[in-house]
Design a protein around this ligand. Structure first.
Ligand code: FES
Length: 129
């Protein structure tokens, strides 16, 4: 991929669904976003009144987190949990606070609301990933 193509995918906002479908501490939204090696899965969750978006890729092994599609929170509604080995992440920071990848983080994405739709994009500093 050349430099101009790389610059294009980094700045593309991708629709993730209707903002009203996000449940605080509950159901999230998934979408595919462009990346240097092809599309990758991303997700958005709502927590304490704010929206947060991450790549759907565990910091332990690069697999998707959700145990059911769109189900990212644990039973308490305060941590994102990986279905594979149970890593627990802070919703606001993406930091793993318990599990095999403790101290590592999910890759955060930009997130915005446009006309009631949630949009996400890869952050500029993630160009290498
Ligand atoms: S793959 Fe997520 S905790 Fe192991």
């Amino acid at each position: 991929m050349n430099a101009s193509a790389s610059a294009t995918w980094k700045t593309v906002w991708t629709d993730a669904g209707c903002a009203s479908e996000l449940v605080d501490g509950g159901a999230g939204l998934r979408t595919l976003i462009p990346g240097p090696g092809g599309e990758v899965c991303a997700f958005v969750v709502r927590y304490e009144g704010q929206n947060f978006a991450y790549l759907n890729r565990c910091a332990h092994v690069p697999v998707e987190l959700d145990w059911l599609e769109g189900a990212f929170f644990d039973d308490t509604g305060h941590f994102l949990v990986c279905a594979t080995h149970g890593a627990m992440y802070e919703p606001k920071t993406g930091l793993c606070v318990d599990g095999p990848c403790r101290g590592r983080s999910l890759e955060a994405l930009d997130c915005r609301i446009d006309n009631g739709r949630v949009q996400v994009r890869r952050q500029q500093r993630s160009a290498h990933a």
